[in-house]
Ligand binder design. Structure first.
Ligand SMILES: [Zn+2]
Length: 463
């Protein structure tokens, strides 16, 4: 007991020491000697109070003054406690007697700063916002990139590009641009901007969430559209999309759009993208995919074959949907085998705008009830479709509600359409199987699923 207590005490002492050495002070008027800094400029006051940044005089901070490259290197060096000893540098235009020479040389040796192609550092030049992105991403070793796009920076995923540097600092929460989807990489960096960048890098409580304002949800208008690695036909294709596939645009690069569809992220030509068509009464069109078939019976139990139940129930759903004026495409109408990828392709090529795969479950005899799956990687519509179907189905079947689940089955994970996979019940459970053997319950399941699909389209028409 005694050791435990002393460990706790030591931990508390250590925690206090860490917090005070980080210098996290609340920005109070007492900590603000500057006439040109408001008490709400917390980032500036945070850096001042932790000794990283000084004013241009005892009472002035100079928030609108430009930051030179030499000053930026010095401030970053101070923030990271780099070796400050004045010495000979690798740059002909930075003499060893310069106040900044130690910081510049250390930062250079650590790969945080580089000179120009002429080998000079240009210490008196004003730092740009673009240069600051390189400086910060290297100084804080940011590696992660995300779906970041600014309309004034061309996407270029090379590791040394401006785009990658800005992407890294935006993903890290250090910048969210200059408003309206721009970053302004050529703008001169001023002291207050520098303080905001640096404070966010040093202290997570100042960080921001990058929001892409360029994003739009469009649809592919042709079949076999290449998704490419870069903005041009010279870049390799990473896959193809068919008409109707959704494409979430994160940004544009000339006549190319950069975005996501299903599990693909890349570029497509904007000539083949259109506005997402609102789903109205006359374009309700779903693919039904009766699982298994042919030499693949699926699960077998209690004298039943899954492939037969799936097809029977699917045909009933088809009839009920058609009676409601909802178009249906069936991936199979007889006892034949199709591969999983062929099922997805057929559904997309048909021009339908949703996909539902129908299956029957198998497990130990005790497991019973229905469940419906969606793949979270492909957007919210799939989850909605799964939820509407499941909420109707389990009630109609008078059995356990096993819920709506996120799982990456191939026909839903790789599907560019909103897609769900329903498990009607357990062929291996006596009670479920006895229901699935009767026309009454197969019809009840079909009625429920058709209503769930109708619920989905009604929701879609409003969203
Ligand atoms: Zn199955």
């Amino acid at each position: 007991m005694k050791t435990v207590l002393s460990k706790v005490t030591l931990f508390l002492i250590a925690a206090v020491l860490v917090i005070s050495s980080l210098g996290i002070n609340t920005a109070s008027a007492a900590g603000n000697p500057f006439k040109d800094v408001s008490s709400s400029d917390e980032e500036i006051l945070y850096l001042y109070n932790r000794g990283t940044i000084k004013g241009i005089s005892d009472t002035m901070f100079g928030p609108k003054q430009a930051v030179t490259r030499e000053q930026a290197a010095t401030l970053i060096g101070r923030a990271l406690n780099l070796d400050a000893d004045k010495r000979k540098t690798s740059f002909p235009d930075v003499n060893s007697d310069r106040y900044s020479s130690g910081y510049i040389q250390t930062a250079y040796e650590k790969g945080i700063i580089t000179g120009g192609s002429d080998g000079k550092f240009r210490p008196q030049d004003t730092m740009t916002r673009g240069e600051m992105a390189f400086l910060l991403s290297r100084a804080f070793n940011y590696q992660k990139t995300g779906h970041v796009y600014f309309t004034d920076i061309k996407t270029n995923n090379n590791s040394g590009s401006l785009y990658t540097a800005v992407n890294k600092i935006a993903t890290a929460g250090v910048s969210n641009g200059t408003g309206k989807g721009t970053y302004s990489p050529s703008s001169k960096l001023i002291r207050e901007e520098f303080a905001i960048f640096l404070a966010r890098a040093l202290n997570s409580s100042f960080r921001v969430t990058y929001k892409n304002v360029a994003f739009a949800d469009l649809n592919v208008t042709v079949n076999n559209l290449n998704v490419r690695k870069g903005a041009g036909t010279g870049f390799a294709s990473i896959g193809k999309l068919n008409a109707g596939a959704p494409f979430r645009v994160y940004g544009y690069n000339g006549s190319w759009a950069y975005g996501i569809s299903g599990n693909m992220t890349g570029y497509v030509s904007t000539a083949y993208l259109g506005k997402a068509v609102p789903v109205s009464a006359n374009n309700r069109f779903i693919t039904l995919d009766p699982g298994h078939g042919g030499n693949d019976p699926g699960a077998v139990g209690n004298g039943l074959r899954e492939s037969d139940i799936n097809l029977d129930v699917s045909k009933r759903i088809e009839a009920k949907l058609k009676a409601k004026g909802i178009k249906v495409y069936m991936t199979r109408t007889t006892d034949v085998f199709h591969s999983l990828s062929a099922r997805v392709d057929k559904g997309v090529v048909s021009g339908s705008n949703a996909f539902l795969s129908i299956h029957t479950n198998a497990a130990t005899p005790a497991a019973s009830g229905s469940e419906t799956f969606y793949s979270a990687s492909v957007g919210n519509d799939s989850k909605q479709l799964a939820t509407f179907v499941q909420n109707r189905l389990y009630k109609a079947m008078d059995h356990q509600n096993r819920g709506v689940k996120n799982y990456g089955f191939q026909v839903i994970r790789t599907n560019p359409l909103p897609a769900a996979l329903v498990e009607l019940g357990f062929i291996t459970n006596k009670s479920d199987a006895s229901k699935l053997a009767t026309a009454t319950y197969k019809d009840r399941a079909a009625t429920a699923i058709a209503l769930g699909i109708e619920d989905y389209y009604n929701w879609k028409a409003k969203n």
